[in-house]
Each structure stands twice: as C-alpha cells, then as structure tokens.
Design a binder for this molecule. Structure first.
Ligand code: ADP
Ligand code: MG
Length: 363
C-alpha cells in the first residue's frame, strides 16, 4: 500500500499541454477519482503515474519515493484499461498468471493468488476460456483479476466500465466498491462519468483543461462547488445559472434583479464577499432538485414560470420551464407532482442551496 503525490505535474505533447501543473495528494487506501470532460487530461495524468509517459515537469511520488525516472514495471502499480487489453491467444488463467511469471514469482504463489482473485471476482469457471469467448463484463473481470494478482501498491484504472452496458456498469460499480473495501489498495480511477465518480470516490478531483478545479469528498464538492465549471459538471440535470444585477433594497436586503423578477438573497449569504458585487452582475446557481413548485400561497421569493417540457424519469420528473424573463430553467420534482405543459407555476428556490458566482471568473 502507498500514498501517491503529484506535485506541479506537467505534460506537454508538441503544442498541446495535456496536464498543466497538477498537484494532488492521493492518500493511502483511498479511492481517488479523476473526473472531467473528454480531453481534459485524465488519461495522461494516469499514464504519468503509471510510467507510460514521461513528465515534462513536476514530481510523482509513490510511497515516499520519487518515481519520475523509474520505468513502468519498476513502479509497483497495476493498470486496468478501458479496452481490457487482454492477450487474445492466452486463456483467462494464462492472462492472469502472465504478469507474475514475467516478474519471476514462484509458481506456487502465482497459483495461490490466481485462485484467490478468481474466487473474489467469481471467474473460476472461466479459467480455460480465451478472451473472445467471454462477454464484455467477464473480460473486465479478468482484467481486474490480472491487476489484483499483482498485489500492487496502487491500482490505476482508466474508464474500466465505459464499454459495458448501463445495467452491468451499475453492477460493476457496486462490485468495485466491495473490492476496494476488501483489498483497501490505493486506487486512482479515471472517468468522464460524474455519477460513477460520485458513487465510487472517497476523494474526487474534478479536472478541466489539464488542471484540477477542485478536490474533496464527493458530497462536499457537490454541495460546495468552487466555480461554475465544477457546479455545472457535477449533477444531472446540471445546475441552473441565472445572471442578474446585485442591488440593496430600501430595507437593506441584497437582491438580484433578474430582469422580469427579482431574487432576494437570504441573509445568511449576505457577506462582505457578495456585497462587494453591489451594482454588478452576479450569477445565481441553483440545482434542479432544489427548486420546488409552489402553486398556492405566495411566500417571499417566488419566480413565475411556464412549464415547457415534462420528462418523467422514474424516481423524479424533470421539468423545463420558462421564466418571465424568457430564460429557461430546469426543476426536478417529485414524480407525483401534477403538472402539464403550459401550466403557469411559481418556482421556489431552496434558500439553503443557493450558490453565487462572479460571472466573469466563474468563481
Ligand atoms: P482525457 O483522458 O481526459 O480524455 P487525455 O489525457 O487523453 O484526456 O488528453 C488530454 C489532451 O492531450 C488532449 O487534448 C489530447 O488530444 C492530448 N493528447 C493526449 N495524448 C497525446 C499524444 N500522445 N500526443 C499528442 N497529444 C496527446
Ligand atoms: Mg481518457
């Protein structure tokens, strides 16, 4: 087991800076997920840790040792790839044994470890099959098995579930969780899928454009996004952003003039940082699940809107609405909510779940 530290890591390919100064502490036994849109540098970061790419600058430490100059096979890591990368002519058993044989591990130990991993992953009866005779899910298990038998200090996984169908992906997610509980091996896991990231990670690092935007415990990052990128990336449907001019009313309260209506800022958000924007534009962020329909009674801070789209999704119904300002906004409501296209409703924003950003910097 080992912790991993990245310090000001940079990787340049010709004219592309794929990794642009990443610093990240990956604690021992953690399941750390790098998540971000395609092209943001996740795979390159993982390959740098693996030793499959050389860093242009910065330092990589595994345990307490700087490994920049160590070859991949000298790094005590095992990598699981999106496409499984199994040897097509070898059987499941041979695929699992191969890495250990290359490392000169004793035959008896190899057999023991392969048996253990096969039991853990429930692939015991597939041992004599070739990869082509396996389903995608089974191939993925073998790829995991091959990593597990190595008993490395760190697992590196690059979108290992993205070639599986939706149902299997959810099942494998749960199994990866279980596997990590059992083995506690430090894991760095890469995905573009924010739901996968939220469910698997105990530490999440949200990346964009070669940089880490925010690191933390998933629910903390979700509830306290540092900028509009993180706020918009995590969550589905994604956070709504409404822009308005910040002003102070006669009674001394902060409010946002949203055009056709106003949003009064709850007192608990009225701090020096926000007040600094008086007279300027401010972005209000509100997640769809934090918007309620409020048809009767008119408490403070309701926003009239017209229902445009009703999309039942099972555990919730997603509404697309048009505010009087003409802006569109999404709300996720209880599936029992009686609502039809064309309804005029009042929206109420949950005052505990508001976010305010600077529209220029997004922070
Ligand atoms: P992700 O895994 O997040 O989708 P990558 O790490 O694969 O992102 O890529 C990050 C950026 O680096 C992209 O712009 C990609 O085109 C570029 N890149 C990755 N590998 C290479 C390479 N070997 N040569 C040139 N550019 C590369
Ligand atoms: Mg990738």
């Amino acid at each position: 087991m080992a912790h991993v530290e990245l310090e000001n890591l940079v990787k340049e390919f010709d004219d592309v800076t794929a990794v642009d100064g990443i610093s990240l502490d990956i604690p021992d036994e953690s399941f750390t997920v790098l998540v971000g849109p395609s092209g943001c540098g996740k795979t390159t970061t993982l390959r740098l840790i693996a030793g499959l790419e050389r860093a242009s600058d910065g330092e990589i430490r595994i345990g307490d040792e700087v490994v920049n100059d160590r070859r991949a096979y000298e790094r005590d890591i095992a990598m699981v790839f999106q496409n499984y990368a199994l040897y097509p002519h070898k059987t499941v058993e041979e695929n699992m044994r191969f890495g250990l044989e290359q490392h000169g591990v004793e035959d008896e130990t190899i057999t023991e470890r392969v048996n253990e991993a096969a039991t853990l992953l429930q692939i015991g009866d597939l041992r004599d099959r070739k990869p082509a005779e396996l389903s995608g899910g089974q191939q993925q298990r073998v790829a995991l098995g091959r990593a597990i038998v190595r008993d490395p200090a760190v697992f590196l996984m690059d979108e290992p579930l993205s070639n599986l169908d939706a149902k299997l992906r959810v099942q494998m997610r749960a199994e990866l969780n279980k596997l990590h509980e059992e083995l506690s091996t430090t894991t760095v896991y890469v995905t573009h899928d924010q739901v996968e990231a939220m469910t698997l990670a105990d530490q999440i690092a949200v990346m964009d454009d070669g940089q880490i935007q925010q690191v933390g415990e998933p629910t903390h990052v979700y509830s306290n996004p540092l900028n509009t990128f993180v706020a918009g990336f995590l969550g589905s449907p994604s956070m709504n952003f409404l822009e308005g001019v910040l002003e102070r009313t006669g009674s001394g309260k902060l409010q946002l003039d949203l055009g056709s209506d106003t949003h009064s800022v709850p007192d608990e958000y009225d701090d020096a940082a926000l007040a600094d924007y008086l007279g300027e534009r401010v972005t209000l962020g509100i997640r769809p699940e934090n918007i309620a329909l409020n048809q009767d009674g008119v408490p403070a801070n309701v926003h009239p809107a017209t229902v445009q789209v009703v999309e039942p999704q099972g555990e919730k119904t997603v509404l697309e609405l048009e505010l009087d300002s003409g802006e569109s906004i999404k709300a996720a409501v209880n599936p029992d909510t009686e609502v039809t296209i064309g309804d005029d409703v009042n929206l109420r924003f949950d005052r505990d779940s508001l976010h305010y950003f600077d529209p220029q910097t997004g922070e």
